[in-house]
Design a protein around this ligand. Structure first.
Ligand code: XMP
Length: 323
């Protein structure tokens, strides 16, 4: 019979068998899948696992701390945090095209992650042979089902390593659907904020700023987004919506009147959607009181924002994200 306890026990045994006394690396994204995969492997092999978290500076308020503090406290996992904010912001400077942003963020991410892998390999030697990934059942089906290996090339300037390093993949979530992953995460004692986290794109807030990405704009958007999330949670609406992107129209200015005078600030867009699988979506009919509260708080508390607008487009024709 399918119970989370059985799944955990079975996977722990399989992971121990696969990894043996070697070591493994797991990249954490802040999302559910990588956190649950890491927690399972941690339960199986303990300190043989090293987790890596690349802080690209594009996360929402509190999310990096969630990984650094709450995930570590709940699992006892060994974590290497790479602060790469400056590197990502430098690479993104002046770029406003969405696909270009995605490419840059993806490329930098791989570089930083590979560098971290090499550093761990240098510290721990060739014992590091496994890479943990949070692949789910739908991903397996979509990609044709193979399991495999991952390569990193040691073109980076680190001596003493073979030219090419091959990792075996450990994919303990391959038989699970998303809701089952959440249940397993709960069983493993992960915090609610991680286990119930709504979808959030890998490129993070980088693709929620329409215009180019700067630290100032990110900080502003982080504040607005935190307010929206806080009020949605307070209103008990988290389970009713699929996700609610909060978008900064950085290249748009609108006139407002705030305090003693005229302002010329930026609009913030709320994009709450209901969906089953993100392929299609409908805009969520949120209660007016909640929308009013979010709007009042954002315009009062976030400098430079003088307008909050609601996106009432379904998907199709609009995508969920604005970029
Ligand atoms: P769209 O905007 O295409 O989004 O309707 C569908 C779902 O995918 C997420 N999304 C992304 N996730 N990298 C990701 O990991 C991306 O570049 C990306 N773009 C969109 C989006 O948040 C929604 O859940």
């Amino acid at each position: 019979t399918w119970t989370t306890t059985n799944v955990v026990e079975e996977q722990v045994a399989l992971i121990r068998e696969q990894v043996g006394d070697k070591r493994a690396i797991c990249g954490l994204s802040g999302g559910v899948d990588s956190a649950v995969a890491a927690a399972l492997v941690q339960k199986a092999i303990g300190s043989q696992l090293t987790c890596v978290y690349v802080d690209h500076g594009l996360m929402r308020k509190g999310e990096t701390e969630q990984v650094e503090k709450d995930f570590v406290a709940a699992t006892g996992a060994k974590l290497k945090v790479v602060d790469a904010e400056k590197r990502f912001l430098d690479a993104l400077a002046g770029v406003s095209d969405p696909e270009q942003k995605r490419k840059i963020i993806g490329r930098e991410f791989i570089r930083v992650f590979e560098q971290a892998q090499l550093e761990i390999l240098q510290e721990d030697g060739p014992e590091v042979a496994f890479l943990v990934q949070g692949t789910l059942y739908p991903d397996v089906v979509e990609s044709g089902g193979g399991t495999g290996t991952a390569n990193i090339k040691s073109h980076h300037n680190v001596g003493g390593l073979p030219e090419d390093i091959e990792f075996q993949l450990v994919e303990p979530l391959r038989q699970l659907f998303k809701d089952e992953v959440r249940m397993v995460g709960q069983e493993l004692g992960l915090p609610e904020e991680i286990v119930q986290r709504q979808p959030f794109p890998g490129p993070g807030l980088g693709i929620r700023i329409v215009g180019d990405v700067t630290k100032e704009r990110l900080d502003l958007l982080r504040e607005a987004d935190a307010i929206a999330r806080e009020e949605l949670t307070a209103a008990g609406l988290d389970r009713d919506i699929w996700q609610c992107p909060v978008v900064l129209l950085a290249d748009v200015r609108s006139v407002g009147v705030q305090g003693d005078g005229r302002t010329y600030g930026h609009p913030i867009v709320l994009r709450p959607v209901s969906s089953e699988d993100a392929m299609t979506a409908d805009w969520s009919r949120l209660p007016y009181e909640t929308l009013a509260k979010i709007s009042t708080r954002i315009t009062n508390e976030v400098a430079d924002v003088n307008r909050v607008v609601l996106d009432v487009t379904s998907k199709p024709p609009g995508t969920i994200e604005w970029e």
